[in-house]
Ligand binder design. Structure first.
Ligand SMILES: NC(=O)c1ccc[n+]([C@@H]2O[C@H](COP(=O)([O-])OP(=O)(O)OC[C@H]3O[C@@H](n4cnc5c(N)ncnc54)[C@H](OP(=O)(O)O)[C@@H]3O)[C@@H](O)[C@H]2O)c1
Length: 236
């Protein structure tokens, strides 16, 4: 096994955008560590799967620990695990709040700390987090304060990490999608969701994957929130 092969950790990798990220980086011959609660073992020796709840700091410890033991280092972390609960503000329950902040914020914080600690050892690395354009462009009729609170936090943390590590070889970026045709959205909602974009249609998972691939290959880009949203961030 070549030691020049890069190593990427992908959270939320059991389905949807995360599963597509795994496939895309395997095509580039990265070694991949894929995690989610329901992730299944892979027959590909270059894919290590670690099952667990990313809201739990112990999962982050296992993922990064097993990644370093098996593959020796971490080059890229994709913080993709996320859940979306849209409700009128006063209808959110304490369980909604705990679930969304658990996956979207704890799920970013603990694993990013451990991944960056490894990246610091070789003075290089890249953290990409998946945000949402709803965080800074709220849509009338789609109440989603918990998405704004958590993903807005990821955008701010991305810029903050970019500056903290700019001189130490570690980059931090985010991809801010509009609404993407993934298992998150049942087919019967697609027409209505598509209409929420200036372009009049939803995005594809490949649109997000291509943005991650670009950011990972862009050594002078850090602190970028790359909108992949059919024009939502430009206006309406
Ligand atoms: N689809 C969209 O329209 C859209 C728009 C903007 C942003 N995004 C963001 O893009 C990312 C991926 O979305 P997607 O559309 O691919 O969603 P998805 O199809 O629902 O997949 C979500 C992934 O997150 C994992 N996950 C959920 N809860 C978890 C937990 N507690 N611990 C570990 N893993 C957990 C799921 O795996 P398990 O269930 O196996 O744990 C799954 O692999 C999310 O961060 C989402 O917020 C999506």
């Amino acid at each position: 096994m070549s030691t020049s092969q890069k190593v990427i950790v992908v959270t939320g990798a059991s389905q949807g955008i995360g599963a597509e990220v795994v496939k895309a980086f395997r095509k580039l011959d990265y070694r991949v560590v894929a995690t989610a609660r329901s992730i299944k073992p892979s027959e590909d020796p270059n894919i290590l799967t670690v099952a667990g709840d990313i809201a739990d700091p112990e999962t982050a410890r296992r993922v990064i620990g097993e990644a370093v033991t098996r593959f020796g280092r971490i080059d890229t972390l994709v913080n993709n695990a996320g859940i979306f609960v849209a409700k009128p503000f006063t209808s959110y329950t304490a369980e909604d709040y705990a679930a969304v902040t658990g996956v979207n914020l704890n799920g970013f914080f603990y694993i990013t700390q451990l991944a960056i600690a490894d990246m610091e050892k070789h003075a290089s690395g890249h953290v990409v987090s998946i945000s949402t354009t709803l965080a800074d462009h709220a849509i009338d009729g789609v109440p989603a304060v918990l998405a704004a609170l958590t993903k807005g936090g990821l955008n701010a943390a991305t810029r903050s990490l970019a500056i903290e590590y700019a001189k130490r070889g570690i980059r931090a970026n985010a991809v801010s999608p509009g609404i993407i045709r993934s298992p998150m959205h049942p087919a019967e909602t697609h027409a209505a969701l598509g209409a929420l974009h200036p372009m009049g249609h939803m995005g594809e998972m490949s649109d997000v994957v291509n943005a991650i691939l670009y950011l990972d290959s862009a050594p002078f880009v850090t602190g970028e929130i790359l909108h992949v949203d059919g024009g939502q961030s430009a206006g309406h």
